[in-house]
Design a protein around this ligand. Structure first.
Ligand code: NAP
Length: 217
C-alpha cells in the first residue's frame, strides 16, 4: 500500500501543495487535484523538480488514479466535493486533513467523521476514512530540513486498527513521525488543539505543534 500512487484533493492551497511535494519526495507518484484541472497542473508544475512524479488533474481524475487519497479542502467545501466522488473513492483509504472552522466550534464531531458520513451518503460504503495532520502547520511540511526532535508528530485516527496503520504508513512518507492514536472520533481532540496552536504561532512560535512523549519506539 505504501508505494501506491497518492492524490491530494484540493491540493492547490498551501497545506495540500506542501503535503503533495513531501509525499512525492519519498518517490511515490502524486496527483494534485483541483476543481479546475488547469489550476492543479500549474500547482504541480510549480512544485516539480527532477526525479519527482507530480501531476495535476481534476479532483475526480486525481481520486480515480490514487490508492491513498488526502482531503485538503476547507471543511466548508468538503461535503459538496465528496458528494460527487463516491464511485472514485469507494474502497480507498481517504485521509482527511481538514479542521472544522473555526476550530472548536463543533466539539460533537470532526471533519473526518463528517467526511465519512458524506462518503457513505455518496454510496462509498467500503471507504476507509482516517484523519491526520490536523495539528501540523503547512509551513512544517513546506520546510526541507532533516526531520528532528523539534518536529511535530502526525496524529492518525481511524476506526479499524488496520486502516490506522495503513494511514500512518502513508503519512510517514512525509518524513514526520506518525502516531496511530485511536479511533476516528479522536480527531475531535486534535481539532480542539488547533486554536491554541494557531494562537502560539501568531504570537511568535516557529511552528507550534504536538509531539507525544513516552511512546514505545
Ligand atoms: N494551512 C495549514 O497550516 C493547515 C494545517 C493543518 C490542516 N489544514 C487543513 O488543510 C486543508 C487545506 O488547508 P489550506 O490552508 O491549504 O486551505 P485553502 O488554501 O483555503 O484551500 C485549499 C484548496 O481548496 C480548494 N477549495 C477552496 N474552497 C473550496 C470549496 N468550497 N470546495 C472545494 N474545494 C475548495 C481550493 O482549490 P481549487 O480552487 O484549486 O479547487 C484551494 O486552493 C484545510 O481543511 C485546513 O483546515 C491546514
Amino acid at each position: 500500500m505504501t508505494r501506491a500512487p497518492a492524490a491530494v484533493l484540493a491540493g492547490t492551497g498551501p497545506f495540500g501543495a506542501a503535503l503533495a511535494r513531501r509525499l512525492a519526495l519519498s518517490g511515490i507518484a502524486v496527483t494534485i487535484g483541483s476543481r479546475e484541472a488547469a489550476r492543479a497542473r500549474a500547482a504541480a508544475a510549480q512544485l516539480d523538480a527532477p526525479g519527482l512524479d507530480l501531476a495535476g488533474a481534476s479532483n475526480r481524475t486525481a481520486a480515480a488514479r490514487a490508492g491513498a487519497v488526502f482531503l485538503a479542502a476547507p471543511f466548508a467545501g468538503q461535503a459538496a466535493l465528496l458528494e460527487t466522488l463516491g464511485a472514485e473513492l469507494d474502497g480507498k483509504l481517504v485521509i482527511c486533513c481538514a479542521v472544522i472552522w473555526p476550530p472548536g466550534s463543533r466539539p460533537e464531531t470532526s471533519a473526518a467523521e463528517e467526511a465519512a458520513r458524506a462518503l457513505h451518503s455518496a454510496g462509498a460504503g467500503r471507504v476507509r476514512v482516517a484523519a491526520a495532520f490536523q495539528t501540523v502547520a503547512a509551513r512544517v511540511l513546506a520546510h526541507d530540513g532533516t526531520p528532528g526532535a523539534d518536529d511535530p508528530d502526525v496524529l492518525v485516527f481511524a476506526d479499524r486498527p488496520e486502516d490506522r496503520e495503513a494511514a500512518a504508513e502513508v503519512c510517514g512518507l512525509t518524513g514526520l513521525r506518525t502516531v496511530p492514536a485511536g479511533p476516528l472520533r479522536g480527531a475531535r481532540a486534535a481539532e480542539a488543539f488547533v486554536g491554541a496552536l494557531m494562537h502560539l504561532n501568531r504570537i511568535g512560535a516557529r511552528h507550534a505543534g504536538i509531539r507525544l512523549t513516552g511512546l514505545r519506539s
